[in-house]
Ligand binder design. Structure first.
Ligand SMILES: [Zn+2]
Ligand SMILES: [Zn+2]
Length: 204
């Protein structure tokens, strides 16, 4: 069984500030990993489909999920659905199965009334909120039983096929920069990248 506390130090360093939502992501991700009995992804053994969006409270949740699962934008084993929901599905790619985890509505509704969120609403950056406010909230999240705040779905068979990686790159005939060939476009002006195509369409 993985312990979310083991990801806290890396989580804080990666995320950049202490807040309740990143640790919530650690807890939720580890719950999903433990039920699937999977380890942190070293490569692309796991895939996260996050239902969070952008520009809403508690989006930091996804940073916790990235840290614990090892599903990252660099490895492209994470996708966002922009549903603005505090939920995600973790796919065990090797086992072809998945589980969905979401925050319990009543817990999340309470959380949105916390003094941390009140200060955020007033425009105070998370790193400037007093440790006496943030600290106990984070401690509580890291110690409360999963059933108090998580809805953990059942393990579901899930087909997931990954496209083979592209290793061949060629120089764009306009900007001369190297481009992986699956994104080079054949045009009358030669093989060009998407950025040069955009410039040509805008006329600059
Ligand atoms: Zn945060
Ligand atoms: Zn180009």
């Amino acid at each position: 069984m993985l312990d979310p506390k083991n990801f806290m130090e890396v989580g804080l360093a990666f995320h950049g500030h202490k807040c309740p939502a990143m640790p919530l992501g650690l807890r939720a991700a580890v719950a999903a990993m433990n039920i699937l009995e999977v380890e942190r992804a070293r490569d692309k053994e796991l895939q996260v489909i996050s239902e969070t969006g952008k520009g809403h409270a508690a989006g930091c949740f996804l940073d916790g999920i990235m840290v614990a699962t090892g599903c990252t934008y660099g490895k492209s084993n994470i996708e966002k659905r922009y549903y603005n929901k505090m939920a995600f599905t973790l796919i065990d790619v090797q086992g072809q199965r998945s589980v969905r985890v979401s925050l319990k509505p009543e817990f999340f509704a309470r959380m949105l009334k916390s003094p941390f969120v009140e200060q955020r609403k007033q425009g105070i950056p998370p790193q400037d909120i007093a440790p006496e406010i943030t600290g106990p909230l984070v401690e509580n999240i890291m110690s409360m039983p999963e059933e108090m705040f998580l809805d953990i779905g059942t393990i579901t068979p899930r087909e997931y096929t990954r496209k083979a990686g592209v290793f061949d790159a060629e120089s764009c005939s306009q900007c001369k920069e190297m481009v992986f060939i699956d994104k080079l476009l054949d045009t009358s002006a030669g093989r060009i990248c998407l950025a040069c195509k955009g410039k040509a369409e805008k006329g600059d």
